[in-house]
Design a protein around this ligand. Structure first.
Ligand SMILES: *Cc1c(COP(=O)(O)O)cnc(C)c1O
Length: 458
């Protein structure tokens, strides 16, 4: 038997081996990500200002650039134990199908009812809201994964959960909506008559089907106008990357158990939370000069923030109520063409990943959605898991890299993040199977027009 056959299909950690701390990659960055700015004053947001919108301890985590490790509270670890540690799977069947000498592993985050990694941060954010004695939280959801995860987390801690769901998704994804309601969340189609900003938008654009930017503005307004409520966000923020580092810490522990050193780490990037979490401990080694890894962000060609965006301060939402973040952005007014990977349609990118990308510590590629679904289908047929369209962006690039190894004979070890399952995305699969899927790529002119709307500072 060859040496490598000793590696099981699934590497599981025990509960005791599950990380006890989140790893804060900012502590190892010499040049830190740029701070959030107050759009009114142009000055860095203070903790006091942020605490009006976000939970207190989450604000501390947001601003913490020095503590390398932040203990995971026992209450959160206990919840994690219901669906973690998640398996690191050796994709033997995919390798065989591709005929590649590459060794492929994926970290699977779809083994919970919400179906994605988002629960890792949802439970943490709900915990700190409860600890602060709040009544509840508000948020927005586009495709529905984040709203689902947050409603599960809130029901666990008996918190009220108000979700503003982009109207078009509310109507087209009734099953997601009902999962959220099963967990006790109230789900409002956005724009709504519930908020001032919603009423204003409806008066100006009657019949609009809404947007993520509008839903964020409504959720923020709801939180700041109701005593005992705060707003929570499922990606982009430093605190979310911190919570998602549990993915990377588990991955590293599982690889270390078998003495495996990856050459490449690949993940899809929407707001950057799963990728940021997956790569954190590896990036830490790279930043400290202890190891080197080829780290790759994969984004849709229809919403190419890293590969075609600019690194600048921008609004996080279309309604321009949130602080400014310095990030790779396509402009907050950029409306990506329809893309079935709803979780990757964000105009910006995590400030941490943006800074690391700018420093040349990682690279990015963009892929078109029909080729993404080809990869998704091939993966489903050999590995058994029906992947989310978002996750399938990472699958596409992992397959491409493994095929390159087939040509060169290199035995690279490739690790990628499989962020979730695609059971609620069957309309997209249907379009693909019927040959009705179209690839949209924005023109340079469209992007230039969007860049022109970036806020001018100082
Ligand atoms: C939300 C989502 C993503 C993208 O979000 P990130 O913050 O970039 O990780 C990727 N995959 C799935 C399954 C998602 O639900």
């Amino acid at each position: 038997m060859s040496e490598e056959m000793k590696i099981p299909y699934k590497i599981y950690l025990t509960e005791d081996e599950m990380p006890k701390d989140w790893y804060n990659v900012r502590a190892d960055m010499k040049k830190k990500p740029a701070p959030l700015l107050n759009p009114g004053t142009g000055q860095p947001m203070t903790a006091a200002e942020l605490e009006g919108v976000f939970c207190k301890e989450l604000v501390e985590q947001e601003l913490d650039e020095t503590n390398r490790f932040i203990p995971i509270p026992d209450e959160i670890r206990d919840f994690y134990k219901m669906y973690r540690p998640s398996p690191l799977v050796r994709a033997y069947c995919l390798e065989k199908k591709l005929g590649t000498p590459a060794k492929i592993y994926y970290k699977f985050e779809g083994n919970n009812t919400s179906g994605s990694h988002k629960l890792n941060s949802a439970i943490a954010q709900a915990y700190y809201a409860k600890k602060q004695g709040l009544k509840g939280v508000t948020t927005e959801t586009g495709a529905g994964q984040w709203g689902t995860a947050l409603s599960m987390a809130c029901s666990y801690f008996d918190l009220d959960c108000k979700v503003y769901m982009v109207k078009v998704s509310y109507e087209q994804k009734p099953f997601r909506r009902e999962v959220m309601r099963t967990y006790g969340a109230s789900v409002t189609p956005s724009p709504s008559m519930t908020t001032e900003v919603g009423r204003k938008i409806l008066a100006e654009h009657p019949g609009t089907t809404g947007s993520l930017g509008c839903a964020i503005s409504e959720a923020v307004e709801d939180a700041v106008t109701h005593e005992g409520y705060r707003y929570v966000l499922g990606s982009v923020l430093n605190q979310v990357l911190l919570h998602q580092s549990v993915i990377g810490c588990e991955t590293k522990a599982a690889l270390d158990k078998y003495g495996i050193k990856p050459d490449m780490i690949i993940g899809c990037a929407g707001g950057g939370s799963n990728l940021g979490g997956l790569i954190s401990p590896f990036m830490g080694e790279k930043l400290r000069g202890e190891a080197d890894y080829d780290i790759v962000a994969v984004e849709p060609a229809s919403c190419p923030s890293l590969t075609r965006g600019v690194y600048a301060y921008d609004f996080c939402d279309t309604g321009k109520v949130c602080p400014l973040a310095k990030m790779y952005t396509l402009g907050s007014g950029f409306i990506p063409s329809p893309n079935h990977a709803g979780g990757l349609r964000y105009h910006g990118m995590s400030p941490v990943l943006s800074e690391l990308y700018d420093q040349g510590m990682m690279r990015a590629v963009s892929v078109e959605q029909t080729s993404v679904f080809e990869a998704a289908e091939m993966f489903a047929r050999v590995e058994g898991i029906l992947p989310a369209p978002e996750s399938s962006h990472a699958i596409r690039v992992a397959i491409d890299e493994a095929l390159k190894c087939k040509e060169t004979g290199e035995e690279k070890t490739i690790v990628f993040g499989l962020t979730g399952t695609g059971y609620f995305d069957m309309v997209a699969y249907e379009k693909f199977h019927n040959g009705e899927m179209v690839d949209f790529i924005p023109s340079d002119e469209e992007l230039q027009a969007s860049f022109a709307t970036l806020p001018k500072l100082g």
